[in-house]
Design a binder for this molecule. Structure first.
Ligand SMILES: *Cc1c(COP(=O)(O)O)cnc(C)c1O
Length: 234
């Protein structure tokens, strides 16, 4: 047999994503392992998650509450999976999200954070959270404005069973890469300021399949990659 390299293989695509992260990190003088890889498995079958897990992947992102919960239950035997909820959160879904998630990366309302805190207390667990920032100030996007972040975080840190770990953003699609980088850098500045104030803050979640290199250049500590690992979604 000749070289058996199937580019459709999830393990190969994962290795490829890790390689890009390593190379880009080196290029922009990021410390080795400063950037973590989240595999965004939304809409993909459990068998795909098992393939990625078998290849060593542990951080997974989902953005539909019921789907996250179903996968969490079905894959409960896979130890040490770190489930991130990255979708919009409705009040009536906070309970299943709190049960399934290790992290909730899309918090943008105090009311939702309070509900997550109460559920986490009942479940006797700690929930890691990221505050989602509407960095492009888009009317259609969830998230708080950058200027509102300090006030929000000061309220979030008082909630029981919640650990505030940092910030997340999904910028608008920009043709202009410099505009994209300016937004990422504004996130980074805000993140660094928070880090000086709160010891738990260590995560800046920026970058998806299409803009991971710019995100790593600008200081992301966690890229969220779906398509480049699992293929395109229907
Ligand atoms: C779907 C999704 C991703 C992954 O996007 P790809 O372009 O497939 O890499 C990342 N972050 C969030 C919040 C998502 O909803």
């Amino acid at each position: 047999m000749s070289e058996n390299k199937d580019i459709n293989n999830i393990a190969n695509r994962l290795a490829n994503a890790q390689e890009i992260i390593a190379q880009t990190s080196e290029k922009f003088n990021r410390l080795p392992n400063a950037v973590k890889l989240m595999a965004v498995s939304k809409t993909k079958p459990n068998t795909d998650i098992i393939d990625a897990y078998s290849a060593g992947q542990r951080i997974f992102g989902e953005n539909y509450a019921q789907e996250l919960h179903d996968k969490f239950l079905a894959l409960n035997n896979l130890k040490d999976i770190e489930w991130h909820y990255i979708g919009p959160i409705q009040s009536n879904k906070t309970k299943i999200v709190a049960e399934a998630a290790t992290w909730v990366d899309s918090v943008d309302r105090i009311k939702i954070a309070k509900r997550l805190s109460n559920h986490a207390k009942e479940l006797n667990k700690e929930l890691n959270i990221l505050l989602q920032v509407n960095i492009s100030q888009s009317e259609t996007k969830s998230g708080v404005l950058l200027s509102e972040v300090p006030e929000f975080v000061s309220q979030l840190v008082n909630l029981d069973n919640i650990v505030v770990r940092g910030l997340m953003a999904i910028p608008d699609k920009h043709e202009d890469k410099q505009l994209l980088k300016d937004e990422f850098l504004a996130m980074k500045t805000c993140f660094v300021t928070l880090q000086q104030q709160y010891s738990t803050i260590d995560t800046l979640s920026l970058g998806m399949s299409a803009d991971m290199n710019e995100a790593i250049e600008c200081g992301s500590t966690m890229v969220r990659i779906g398509t480049a690992i699992f293929g395109s979604r229907n």
